[in-house]
Design a protein around this ligand. Structure first.
Ligand SMILES: [Mg+2]
Length: 477
């Protein structure tokens, strides 16, 4: 199995991308934005979503991921989670899903039969996109095992969707997500064809050819699982990958997916699960990750936790991450860090330090550049966890991660919030991002910014890639 260092970023990206597409599209559902319309994380739409709030697409993916995060793809337990979720009275539920969940009378063991009978009685109307939109966790639970991916994708789809078309679409997309995470490719959907019954391959290869040939906007309406998958493929494959900043393909293709119109949240959620698996959670802009939230009271960090645990079959790393409440002792004991927290020169509203130095009071937002416990930040304080590995060559989107995080800190400061920026030791990632922030805020060169940060913390120079990146940021007028 391929396991490079940005591996966990791509695992997290499958769920963060799904949620970002879902929340981006939520405000445009059942509309047809113009081809040149500006698309933003604005919320609204027919259900009155808050900006950054995800809908049933992510909610149902969370139902699956909460089971797979325990280390098993227990289909009946997933069905039970769907029923629990349905009992909360979600404001957005697909027609097909709603009919089956309502008819099961609270018994998860009946779902597959109910869905099959529903399809038998309504052969023309049972192939909605509602199982495809939520399927990403299935891949994370079975990375590198095509046979298990196919079996799980089909059985979880069949809980609500009896039409084989829905299951086939899930198989294709799950294989695509697997190839994106493990091989950093966006075209794995073609390899999914080999896992379909031989009589179904020509149908789907023709549909994929159409998706590559016709403009994305032609795949509407897209409540049907086939046009929804085609719309996602068209938005992804017909959006050019920017040569200088490949990560931007994720937001650009998601905006393209939303511009297709109609079932915008679902098409963008489907597209986002593959885009995030390819480009990583770090390609989801800080400004989007900051506002992402939704049922059952989760934020972006919770999606990362579910994704990472699912891929690790329920196991934490040796420190207890991502489930442990507090890793402070782990850092203090194993790494021997002494508390460090100092105000930044030129802006004392940003305090920089290390994981054991977090101030008790006077901080409105914490930006963590290393792994921390779930209770590291007191409730009521904003917390942002940034995927950032302090090893040269380890971050697929390093320049973007540094500048995007710095821009995030700038926006927090513009809202008057006092920020604590830290990593594990506070000697490499933290000074680099702090310098990038001073560069953005005051227009000074990265070299000058690093010198100023160096007056309050010692900047270790061991990560030459990071130091060079910051040093070469030019002064701006
Ligand atoms: Mg939705």
């Amino acid at each position: 199995m391929t396991t490079d260092s940005s591996w966990s970023d791509r695992i997290a990206g499958a769920l963060l991308g799904l949620a970002a597409g879902d929340a981006l599209g939520a405000g445009y559902e059942f509309t047809n934005p113009r081809a040149d319309a500006e698309i933003g994380m604005v919320g609204g739409g027919g259900f009155g979503w808050q900006p950054g709030e995800w809908t049933d697409d992510t909610q149902m993916a969370i139902c699956i991921a909460e089971v797979t995060a325990t280390g098993a793809v227990d289909v009946e337990a997933i069905g039970a989670r769907f029923l629990d979720w349905y009992a909360t009275g979600p404001k957005d539920v697909g027609v097909q899903t709603s009919r089956v969940l309502a008819a099961a009378n609270g018994d998860p063991g009946r779902l597959t039969d109910v869905a099959a009978r529903h399809f038998a009685a309504n052969p023309q109307g049972a192939a909605g996109n509602g199982s495809l939109m939520r399927t990403a966790p299935i891949t994370l639970a079975n990375l590198g095992d095509d046979v298990a991916i196919v079996e799980s994708a089909l059985s979880v789809s069949a809980l609500t969707h009896g039409d084989p078309l829905a299951g086939e679409a899930c198989v294709l997309w799950c294989i695509a997500i697997d190839r994106a995470v493990r091989e950093q490719r966006l075209d794995g959907v073609d390899e999914g064809l080999a896992h379909l019954p031989s009589t179904r391959r020509l149908f789907w290869s023709d549909r994929l050819r159409e998706a590559r040939k016709h403009a994305p906007g032609s795949f509407t309406p897209n409540g049907f699982v086939v046009t929804a998958l085609q719309a996602a493929v068209a938005a992804i494959e017909q959006t050019p990958v920017p040569h200088d900043e490949p990560w931007r393909h994720l937001p650009l293709a998601l905006e393209s997916a939303v511009r297709i119109g109609h079932d915008t949240d679902t098409v963008a959620a489907i597209a986002g699960s593959l885009l995030g698996a390819r480009w990583g959670g770090s390609a989801v802009p800080f400004a989007w990750r900051r506002v992402l939230h939704g049922w059952p009271g989760y934020r972006a960090g919770d999606l990362v936790r579910l994704a990472v645990l699912t891929a690790a079959k329920g196991r934490t790393d040796s420190s207890g991450w991502p489930t442990a409440g507090d890793l402070t002792e782990h850092y203090g004991r194993t790494a021997g860090h002494r508390p460090l927290a100092v105000p930044l020169p030129d802006d004392p509203g940003v305090v920089i330090g290390n994981v054991v130095g977090r101030p008790e009071d006077g901080i409105d937002a914490v930006v963590s550049l290393c792994r921390v416990g779930r209770q590291y930040v007191p409730s009521g304080v904003e917390h942002h966890e940034v995927h950032f590995i302090d090893t040269p060559g380890a971050n697929a989107n390093l320049r973007h991660v540094v500048l995007d995080t710095a821009a995030g800190i700038l926006s927090l400061r513009e809202e008057g919030k006092r920020v604590y920026l830290h990593c594990a030791a506070g000697q490499s990632r933290t000074p680099a991002v702090a310098a990038a922030y001073l560069h953005l805020r005051f227009g000074i060169s990265g070299d000058e910014a690093l010198r100023r940060v160096g007056t309050v913390v010692q900047h270790s120079q061991h990560n030459h890639e990071l130091v060079t990146l910051v040093r070469t940021l030019p002064a701006t007028p």
